[in-house]
Design a protein around this ligand. Structure first.
Ligand code: NAD
Length: 300
């Protein structure tokens, strides 16, 4: 069997198109422009790339993009002051604080100071609780993107066995909650899981969010299963030339693609969906803030 490739890049473009249409309607019918504020503290190079890309895509779909770049040694009081200002700014509907934060800042405190209604990353403890109890919430972007792709590929996920490898607060745990919400039978595997290959072999859906390059080989995959690879790992690629690197996922693509029914590639799978879902969450937050109907298909 050769797996169907789930094209996250193309799917993300369709999500952005939907967002842009809805933004156009909000502007034309209500005079409202959704606004996203991104706060970056420090000089982390990867974070700078993400923030630039988020800002660019926000503008491309017609939304207002505001970037706050703060010095590495910004105090907690100053950061909380900025978040308070953004919480109270009626033109800002989504606030994202780029993680990781410098060590001297308390990440939980900072995230929980964002108004839950504007928490487009879905990391605020209120949103975590709402998601966990099956209520309307802001859903973390990466798991939301994974779920959108799974729903599009399968339609109903009800009754399927799903294994999520990784239990982080930003990917593994919310992913498991979302799959539970779809009536999957969900197993969360992690670094202490016994017999991981056998656990994974039971799965109709495997979501790998570990951060270990090509850790999952094809012989862990049940024939026909759907494999969603969240991992983004940069490896040296001397075969491409001196100093060159390449991105690989947490699954060994070539061997898994021979066994799986469907698979997301890296790059071009989950990655592009994450920013598309951030834009989707911002439009959703804007609609909720204004008591307007939410766009269909952009949230759960
Ligand atoms: P994390 O380090 O917070 O969590 C990793 C999890 O993997 C932990 O829960 C740990 O228990 C588990 N784990 C570690 N070693 C394991 C092993 N040998 N067997 C089984 N489980 C093991 O990572 P994260 O933030 O959840 O990110 C995971 C991966 O997803 C990383 O590669 C990250 O870069 C990527 N990521 C991608 C996106 C995206 O937009 N595509 C977004 C977020 C994270």
């Amino acid at each position: 069997m050769t797996a169907t490739v789930i094209d996250g890049k193309a799917f993300a473009a369709r999500v952005r198109d939907k967002v842009a249409v809805h933004v156009g309607r909000l502007k034309a019918d209500h005079g409202i422009t959704p606004g996203l504020a991104v706060v970056l503290v420090g000089e982390d190079p990867a974070s700078q790339v993400y923030v630039r890309s988020k800002g660019k895509q926000t503008v491309e779909v017609g939304m207002k993009s505001v970037e706050h770049r703060l010095d590495e040694d910004t105090s907690e009081v100053d950061l909380l002051g900025l978040i308070d200002q953004l919480n109270n700014d009626p033109e800002i509907h989504g606030i994202l604080v780029q993680l990781p934060l410098p060590r001297h800042l308390d990440e939980d405190l900072v995230i929980n100071s964002i108004s839950p209604a504007k928490d487009v990353d879905g990391f605020h403890i209120s949103n975590v609780g709402l998601l966990g109890t099956g209520q309307k919430s802001m859903v973390p972007c990466t798991p939301l993107g994974c779920l959108m792709m799974l729903r599009e590929h399968h339609g109903s996920l009800s009754g399927m066995d799903a294994v999520v490898i990784g239990r982080s607060n930003i990917v593994g745990k919310p992913m498991a909650q979302l799959l539970l919400g779809e009536s999957c039978t969900v197993t969360i595997a992690h670094s202490r899981t016994k017999d991981l290959p056998d656990v994974v072999r039971r799965a109709d859906i495997v979501v790998a969010a570990v951060g270990r390059p090509e850790m999952v080989p094809g012989d862990w995959i049940k024939p026909g299963a759907t494999v969603i690879d969240v991992g983004i790992n940069r490896l040296d690629a001397p075969e491409k030339g001196e100093g060159k690197t390449k991105l690989v996922g947490d699954v060994d693509y070539d061997s898994c693609a021979k066994v799986a029914g469907a698979i997301t590639p890296v790059p071009g799978g989950v990655g592009p969906m994450t920013i598309a879902c951030l834009l989707a969450n911002t439009v959703t937050a804007c609609c909720r803030a204004n008591g307007l109907e939410e766009p269909e298909g952009l949230t759960v």
